[in-house]
Design a protein around this ligand. Sequence first.
Ligand code: FES
Ligand SMILES: [Fe+2]
Length: 384
Amino acid sequence: MLKNFWYAVEFANAVTRAPKRVTCLGQDFVLYRKRDGTVVCLSDLCVHRGAALSEGTLVGDKIACPYHGWEYEPDGACSKIPANPEGRGIPKRARVDSYPIREEYGLIWAFLGDLPEDERPPIPHFPEHDDPSFACVYVEMVIEANYERTFENVVDAAHTPFVHGTRFGNPDKPQIPDYEIVQDDWSAIADISLSPPPARGLWKRLYKEKPEEVLTTNGWYLPNIVKLHVRLPFGDMVLYDHNIPLDRNRTLVKIVGYRNFFTGKWADRDARKRIRGILLQDKPVVESQRPELLPYDLPDELHLRSDALQVAYRRRRQQLMADGWWVGDDEQMPVNGKRGSATVIPSPARRENPELARAWQHRARGGTPMPAPKKAADGGTEKE
Ligand code: FES
Ligand SMILES: [Fe+2]
C-alpha cells in the first residue's frame, strides 16, 4: 500500500455533519463537514485511550471523543480536556494526525502522507465530469481480495472475453493487439481495440449494426485508480475505478461511471446495474487468486505482451517502494488488528514541525524514524 497519495476515500454526499468512519491503508479515519461545508479528516484514534472519534459528536467545527470528551480541532490539536481543572494546560502531545482534503468529482480525497503541498502527486483529471453531455453514477462494492489484485484486474484487457463474455468482450475474438503505453510518473494509459460487447437490454435499442472493433482507452493512475473508456457505437462509457485498500485482503471498490448516451436520470439505475454486474463477474475470480498479494519480483508471475500495463505498474511500484512510500507489511498494520500497539500514517504536520512530531503520541508508520522513548514533559511516558 502506498502512502503519499491522494486517496478518494468516500463519496462526497456521504460526508455530512455526522462524523463518518472510513478505512484506507489499514487505518481508520473520521470525516466530517465543518460549518462552512469543508471536510475534515482526522485519524480516528483518540490519543488518550484509543477510542474511535467517529463515535463522537461535533462541537462547532471540533470533534469530541465519546469516551472522556477531549475536543480536537480540525488541525488535530486537542483544545479541551474536560477532566482537567480550570487553568491546567493541554499537553502538546494531545493531538491526532489531520490529513489534507480535497473535494473533486463527487469524491472526498484525503492526502495520506506527510509530503508538503508542492511535492504531492496530482489527483487525476476526469474531463467528463464538467462536460454537460455526460451523466454520472456512483457504485461501490467490497471485494475480499488485495487491492492490487482488483486494480490489475481492471487494467487487464485480456480477461474481458472470459470473465465478461456475456457483457463486454467477445469470446470468439480474444486477441489483444499490441498496444503503446503513454506513461509518466503517475499514470500509464493505452488505446486498445477490442471486439465490442453484445447488445443486451436497454443498449439493444441503440445498436444498429455491431462494429468489428471498438477503441478502448485503459490505464492506471497511481495509487489505485483505473480508467476504462469504451467507445461504443452509440456513445462513450468512461469508468474511474478506485481500489481502496481497507486492509491487506479487503478492497472497497468505488466507481464513478460516466456515459454520454441515455443521459436521463431514468437510465441511472440501468447504468449502476451494468457496473455492478461487471464487478460481480470479477469478484470470484479475483478472490481466488494466489498468492493473495501481488508478487514483488516480476519473474514470480508470467507476463505476456498483453500484460504490459500491469508490468508498467509493477515496475513503478518497485521504484516507489525503494523510495520508502510503501506501508502495510504485516507488523505495520495493527490498527484494526489485535496487536498491542497502534500506529498511524504520518500527516504533513509531523514533517512541518519536527519537534512536534517527536512529541507525537502514536507512532508513525511507513518509514518515519522513531525517536527513542523519553519521559514526556507532562509526566506521561512515550508509548509505542
Ligand atoms: S479516549 Fe478519547 S478522551 Fe479518553
Ligand atoms: Fe473485469
